[in-house]
Design a protein around this ligand. Structure first.
Ligand SMILES: *[C@@H]1O[C@H](CO)[C@@H](O)[C@H](O)[C@H]1NC(C)=O
Ligand SMILES: *[C@@H]1O[C@H](CO)[C@@H](O)[C@H](O)[C@H]1NC(C)=O
Ligand SMILES: *[C@@H]1O[C@H](CO)[C@@H](O)[C@H](O)[C@H]1NC(C)=O
Ligand SMILES: *[C@@H]1O[C@H](CO)[C@@H](O)[C@H](O)[C@H]1NC(C)=O
Ligand SMILES: [Zn+2]
Length: 698
């Protein structure tokens, strides 16, 4: 399920303020400069427009300022007579505003996630609501759109990046329905509001679900004593199992009683199913309606158009190719699990409730790996310095901590990131790694300022990496689980993608690229966590850091990742297919679809009886609709890069620098496919991915 978690995280990083501010356009250059003078004396990060540790009233004032200044520029661009439009009076002020205003917007918004002061979080959250609704209005400004369109029609010569930028501008407006008739725009608005409300309702239904099962001791045979102890006991001596992930997962992995696993799995996959199936059906219908109003044949095509995959047909082709290629492997894996079940439970049929349980048993048999022991080798500071070292060597960078920097909490650190050979300052990174009261509870990256040219000088990228490591107690080092090490490496790559950006326009930041492309570098770098040499750089036994992790452990970690990759892929593909089918076809009966597709993809294993599709894949339904494939897609192309550039030498700086210059530096300024072609020297392919999955059978 790591895949799902990642999806959720990325969603957080790329939506919200970043997306919102991107739509905001305009501010005349002179207005910008005047403003800049005024801000100089206030608290901020030197050489940037980022403002740190603002008070509640400062946030409110800044938000007011942003709105007033933006409106001023908007009005001014809109007032350019259509026959007088030029790059300098239409496009330049829009690009300049976006560059300049984004860090100010983010300065208002990030405190909501991290400030230790409640009034500041509240002010930040209020500012978000106001800025959101202001930018929403901006997106509807037909007068501005008309002027941009007039500039496009004039056909003035433009460099490729400016051309791409203007295409993005126009597309953003048109995907919002700007050129529809008034009555159709009203309908679109209505649909959007309905969709928002239904999505919120769907999530709320699930969040409010407090259902549980009462089970006896014997029904929980095989569960670790600490787990049993953690459960609430009722008067009748039954144990209360909540239908939440932290109870359900351990039971599906460890409970010896097949009937219990089935009971729990079915109940979990029925949570709020009755209400939410109705909501889901409406959501899908309305999404199609929305897409058709905008001239697309279905919702999936609408969503995928700006992405690397381009259309839904390409996604189907991709999913089916991979599915077919791993069927043989998945069958071998399944028969092995069936054998295990026969030994332990006799000849009962193999069901979905058995999958996790027997995978775990196989892991215990074939791997000599204790994750609790592995954790002893990953003190946070060592992992961090290891990651710094790896990224520095690979990409030709230097990370330097800035002491006494202005921050919002004592545990936050600021780093400057420089080019190793020229010492040019490339960007800044704030690390806010430890959990505390009132702080956002997920890992995410927030861009604070985007790299671009602004007023003739280079504006450097700034980002915050927010995480949730347990806070250090006394002198004891914070130890990371292996999955947290991988995740840190993954997120760090997003940071480097952002920092190494060399695009001209702020719009093309590495954190604003569509997920089916932007995840490629991050998934690529995850591979570094499975190779002995790199793992040793990131590890050391916490009581004696000269003792690094053993080679046996490293090998076992890699084997663990590769075990059952056929079955895991099939499961992922099932979800991606369902998501793609319901968002690309008319009137699908989703219950029947799942019943029918499940055994076809899952090698004959039927859908758990009574399972409701609306509860089975909640994350995909809201927030990831029609783009579930993104994760797998980018994993596949990451595997291509890994196999052709790094497999034999993970620290190959030539290949690393090329990756930095050809793939990371352009950000979103070039077509993703062109970027990959240019780096690989050929068409990208999914063959290496399939190879890596099928070859690794153990
Ligand atoms: C309206 O927008 C669509 C894309 O959404 C575009 O194909 C079409 O050319 C636009 N029409 C006009 C009149 O600009
Ligand atoms: C969505 O919810 C808001 C707030 O509850 C309400 O004002 C609005 O009318 C709803 N929109 C639709 C289309 O139902
Ligand atoms: C942030 O600003 C507040 C006053 O608004 C101040 O009390 C606090 O010490 C500052 N925090 C840091 C870490 O500088
Ligand atoms: C390092 O990468 C470059 C560029 O991809 C390649 O030409 C070279 O052979 C690689 N070196 C090693 C040792 O793999
Ligand atoms: Zn990611």
């Amino acid at each position: 399920m790591a895949a799902n978690k990642k999806r959720e995280r990325n969603l957080i990083a790329y939506t919200g303020a970043a997306a919102v501010a991107a739509v905001a356009i305009n501010l005349i250059v002179s207005a910008v400069n005047a403003h800049r003078e005024k801000l100089k004396k206030k608290k901020g990060l030197a050489g940037t427009n980022v403002r740190i540790n603002l008070s509640a009233s400062e946030i409110k004032r800044l938000a007011d300022d942003i709105i007033a200044k933006s409106k001023e520029v908007y009005d001014s661009v809109a007032s350019v007579p259509l026959e007088k439009v030029t790059y300098m009076n239409v496009i330049a002020p829009l690009a300049e505003l976006e560059a300049y205003q984004f860090p100010l917007v983010q300065s208002c918004l990030f405190p909501k996630k991290v400030s230790p002061l409640e009034d500041v979080r509240k002010a930040s959250s209020d500012a978000e609501i106001r800025l959101d609704s202001f930018f929403l209005m901006c997106r509807k400004r037909e007068d501005v759109y008309r002027v941009i369109k007039a500039f496009v029609e004039k056909g003035e010569w433009l460099g490729p990046e400016a051309k791409q930028y203007i295409q993005c501008l126009v597309r953003d407006y048109e995907r919002n329905g700007i050129n529809l008739t008034l009555s159709k725009r009203k309908e679109l608005e209505y649909l959007r509001s309905r969709l928002d409300n239904l999505s919120a309702q769907y999530i709320q239904n699930l969040n409010e679900d407090n259902s549980f099962l009462l089970l006896g001791d014997h029904e929980l045979a095989g569960m670790p004593p600490e787990f049993i102890k953690s459960l609430e006991k009722t008067e009748s001596a039954k144990l209360k199992v909540h239908l939440r992930n932290h109870h359900v997962s351990p039971i599906l992995e460890h409970c010896k009683v097949g009937a219990t696993r089935k009971l729990v799995a079915v109940a979990y996959n029925q949570r709020r199913g009755k209400e939410n199936l109705v909501v889901l059906d409406s959501l899908i219908q309305l999404r199609h309606k929305f897409a058709r109003l905008l001239g697309y044949s279905n919702y999936a095509d609408f969503v995928i158009e700006p992405r690397m995959a381009k259309n839904s047909a390409k996604v189907f082709e991709f999913l089916e190719d991979i599915s077919a290629s791993v069927t043989g492997l998945a069958n071998i894996e399944l028969s092995m699990l069936k054998d295990l079940k026969r030994i332990e439970e006799g000849d009962s049929p193999f069901g979905m409730e058995d999958l996790l349980y027997y995978m775990k048993r196989a892991e215990e048999r074939h791997l000599n790996l204790d994750l609790g022991e592995v954790k002893q080798y990953f003190p946070f500071n060592l992992v961090l310095s290891g990651i710094f070292k790896i990224f520095q060597d690979l990409f030709g960078l230097r990370f330097e901590e800035i002491s006494n920097a202005e921050v919002w909490h004592g545990t936050v650190c600021l780093y400057s990131i420089l080019d190793f050979s020229t010492s040019e300052l490339l960007g800044y990174l704030y690390l806010d790694m430890f959990s505390r009261e009132g702080k956002y509870t997920h890992t995410c990256i927030l861009p604070l300022q985007n790299g671009c040219l602004s007023g003739g000088t280079r504006q450097i990228p700034v980002a915050i990496l927010i995480s949730q490591c347990p806070k250090p107690i006394d002198q004891n080092p914070v130890l990371l689980r292996f999955s947290e090490v991988v995740s840190l490496c993954h997120e760090f790559t997003h940071v480097v993608h952002h920092i190494c950006n060399q695009a001209t326009f702020a719009r093309f930041s590495g954190l604003r690229i569509e997920a089916d492309f932007s995840e490629i570098p991050s998934q690529l770098l995850e591979n570094w966590c499975y190779e002995g040499g790199c793992l040793k750089m990131m590890s050391g036994f916490h009581q004696d850091i000269t003792k690094s992790i053993t080679s046996e452990m490293c090998r076992a970690l890699k084997r663990r990742r590769d075990m059952f990759s056929g079955l895991k892929l099939k499961q992922e593909i099932l979800f991606c297919l369902i998501d793609q089918i319901i968002h690309s076809s008319e009137d699908v009966d989703i219950v029947e679809l799942l019943k029918d597709l499940h055994p076809k993809v899952m090698l004959g294993i039927p859908l758990l009886e009574g399972t409701n599709p609306a509860s089975c894949f909640p994350r995909y339904v809201v927030g990831c609709e029609a783009i579930c494939y993104s994760y797998l897609w980018s994993e596949a192309f990451a595997a291509d890069i890994f196999a052709s550039k790094f497999k034999d030498d993970l620290q190959n700086q030539t290949a690393g620098l090329q990756l930095r210059n050809k793939v990371l530096a352009p950000g979103g300024a070039k077509d993703p496919l062109e970027i990959l072609r240019n780096y690989l020297g050929r068409e990208p392919s999914i063959d290496s991915f399939i190879d890596s999955k099928t070859r690794n059978s153990w």
